[in-house]
Every structure is written in structure tokens, then in C-alpha cells.
Design a binder for this molecule. Structure first.
Ligand SMILES: C[S@@+](CC[C@H](N)C(=O)[O-])C[C@H]1O[C@@H](n2cnc3c(N)ncnc32)[C@H](O)[C@@H]1O
Length: 313
């Protein structure tokens, strides 16, 4: 495959309308992936805009380097977790940015490459790590965690109604043989959820796979920490734009941006403000921006995308 990351970037025009790349500006793409959004930022900030691209997936950085080759000298790519954005930016001598983009979650490449173990559609080793150089794989997680922890993961990160039963089936299955592949996990989930109770038009393992992926990659805590880091890196007037793909992520983005856009956060009916909290953001979106009909037709993956943006005061 030439560039398996080469997909149409989601909500790109909308995100760039908020970021407004300018020549001379400094931009951070904290989830550079295949470099599609990044290429647009570099193009529109020609001739002198600069971009720091971050990704925790080595294959993504290789693909991004190829895609961004025409802008040589105007970007740097670093391997790392966007939760460490402040240190990663500082390492490149960047003290403040004019625009920061986060397009979170998995890439098309993750889902399309069976060997990465993200997909319930293809049988492969159960991995799901975005950074394959460290951390526990999905197989280790499902074979090691207690039924209680697995239930919590499936319920909290997958909003799976059958969490407890799936966790019990996982524990029974692994007592006979370790669960090593995506196919084995799919089969267990199918046994656990009665046929008549399955969601219409949804694969029965979709929620389980989402939950385990989020747990393996610590996605929600990285997002929470990464958003704070991004907001503090923005210079006054700079813009943060975040594209998320499910309600759990969007809730974190919404809450965080709202918190930063609020002055006093004292409990209601406190007579005088004691918190002295001051807003450092202005919301640019009250509701998430979603894909228009044209994009929905061209790119089915844009269906669940939600964009929120805010400007540093
Ligand atoms: C949806 S893709 C981004 C696609 C990209 N916007 C493009 O135009 O090609 C999300 C990327 O974020 C990366 N990622 C997810 N969580 C991350 C984190 N905590 N730190 C760094 N990269 C992360 C994934 O490895 C993946 O490559």
C-alpha cells in the first residue's frame, strides 16, 4: 500500500476556518497521522508558517514525513504522546503557538491494517496499541484484568450494557486458553450478547473493541491532560480546534473548553467569588460542528465527527 494513511481529512475546511493559518504563524498538529490536515495548514500558511507534528504511532510519522515532503524546512515531526505536548514543544524551542489541532482517536490506517489488531472485522493478533514500542497490548489486558475491572472498562469506555456478562465470558474463556486474537474476542462477545438483544446495524463487538482500545491507549486521560497543555501553549488570539468521534471524547472536550471559558467556578449561590478563576478562552462553537451532506457522502467516516474550537484570550 503506497500511503495507507492517505485518507480525506475530516472536517478540514471547518477546522481551518477557525485556525486561519497565516504565513509566519506557528502551528501544532498534535495528532499528525498521515499528515493530511498538516499539509493543508502548511499550504495555507505559506511561505513561512511552521508546523510541529506529533504522533505516538511510528508508522504515522513515516507517512506524515512523506506527505509533508514538499514543505521541507517548515515542519518538524516528533514521536510522543500529546499529553506531553508542553515538553515536546519546548524540546523544539516552541514557547507558544498560533493554532493547535487535535483530530483524536484512531486513524483509517489503524482500522484498515489487520495486523494492528484494532478491527473486529479481520482476524489478527489482539494488540491495539497506537505506540507499539511500549505499554500493554489488548491481549495482555483481557487476559490479566479481573472481571470487575473488565466490566468497568466495557461500561465506562464502551457504554456497553452487557459489560458484566461479556467480562464473565472473557474470564471463563481465558481459563481454558489465553485470548490471543481479535477473532477469539469477537466470538466471545457474540456468545455473551444474546442475538435478540443486539443493536441494529451495529457489530456486536463494536463497543467492546472501542472500550478496550481506549483503555489500552489511556486515551481519555491523555485527552484531558493534552487539552490543558494545548490551551496553555496558545498565544493570545491563538485557536484550538478539536475533532472527536464519540460522545465520551466530546464530553471531555466540551467540559474542558467550557471550564477555560468561564470566569468564576464557585459552587452556585456562593455569595462572593472565592475561586478567583478567570476565563482564558472564548468559545468559538457552542455546539459541535458536524460534517455537511457533501462530506458525509464522500467520506462515511465523517459521520460521527464533532469539531469544537476556542480562542485564547
Ligand atoms: C484520526 S488520526 C489523525 C489523522 C490526521 N489528522 C491526518 O490528517 O492524517 C489520529 C492520530 O492520532 C494519533 N494519536 C492518538 N492519540 C494520541 C496521543 N495521545 N498522542 C499522540 N498521538 C495520538 C494516532 O496514532 C493517529 O495517528
Amino acid at each position: 500500500m503506497e500511503n495507507a494513511f492517505c485518507h480525506v481529512p475530516v472536517l478540514a475546511e471547518e477546522a481551518l476556518t477557525f485556525i486561519r493559518p497565516q504565513s509566519g504563524g506557528i502551528y501544532i498538529d498534535a495528532t499528525v497521522g498521515g499528515g493530511n490536515h498538516a499539509a493543508m495548514i502548511l499550504e495555507r500558511s505559506s511561505p513561512e508558517g511552521f508546523l510541529l507534528g506529533i504522533d505516538r504511532d511510528a508508522e504515522a510519522l513515516t507517512a506524515a514525513a512523506k506527505k509533508l515532503a514538499p514543505y521541507q524546512g517548515r515542519f518538524v515531526l516528533v514521536s510522543g504522546n500529546y499529553a506531553d505536548m508542553a515538553a515536546l514543544a519546548e524540546g523544539q524551542g516552541i514557547e507558544a503557538a498560533d493554532g493547535i489541532l487535535l483530530d483524536i482517536g484512531v486513524s483509517s490506517r489503524h482500522l484498515d491494517a489487520p495486523e494492528r489488531g484494532f478491527s473486529y472485522m479481520q482476524d489478527a493478533p489482539l494488540d491495539m496499541r497506537m505506540d507499539q514500542s511500549s505499554g500493554r497490548s489488548a491481549a495482555e489486558l483481557v487476559n490479566e484484568e479481573s472481571a470487575e475491572t473488565l466490566t468497568r472498562i466495557l461500561f465506562e469506555f464502551g457504554e456497553e450494557k452487557w459489560a458484566k456478562r461479556i467480562a464473565e465470558f472473557i474470564v471463563s474463556a481465558r481459563a481454558i486458553k489465553p485470548i490471543d486474537t481479535t477473532g477469539e474476542l469477537v466470538a466471545i462477545v457474540k456468545q455473551a450478547i444474546p442475538k435478540g438483544a443486539r443493536e441494529k446495524d451495529q457489530h456486536p463487538a463494536r463497543r467492546t473493541f472501542q472500550a478496550i482500545r481506549i483503555a489500552v491507549n489511556n486515551e481519555l486521560s491523555a485527552l484531558d491532560i493534552g487539552l490543558d497543555a494545548a490551551i496553555s501553549l496558545l498565544r493570545p488570539g491563538g485557536v484550538i480546534a478539536v475533532i472527536s468521534f464519540h460522545s465520551l471524547e466530546d464530553r471531555i472536550v466540551k467540559t474542558k473548553l467550557k471550564h477555560h471559558a468561564t470566569d468564576c467556578i464557585c459552587p452556585p449561590r456562593t455569595p462572593v467569588c472565592l475561586c478567583h478563576h478567570r476565563a482564558d478562552l472564548k468559545l468559538l462553537t457552542r455546539k459541535p460542528v458536524t460534517a455537511g451532506s457533501e462530506e458525509l457522502m464522500a467520506n462515511p467516516r465523517s459521520r460521527s465527527a464533532m469539531l469544537r474550537a476556542a480562542q485564547k484570550l
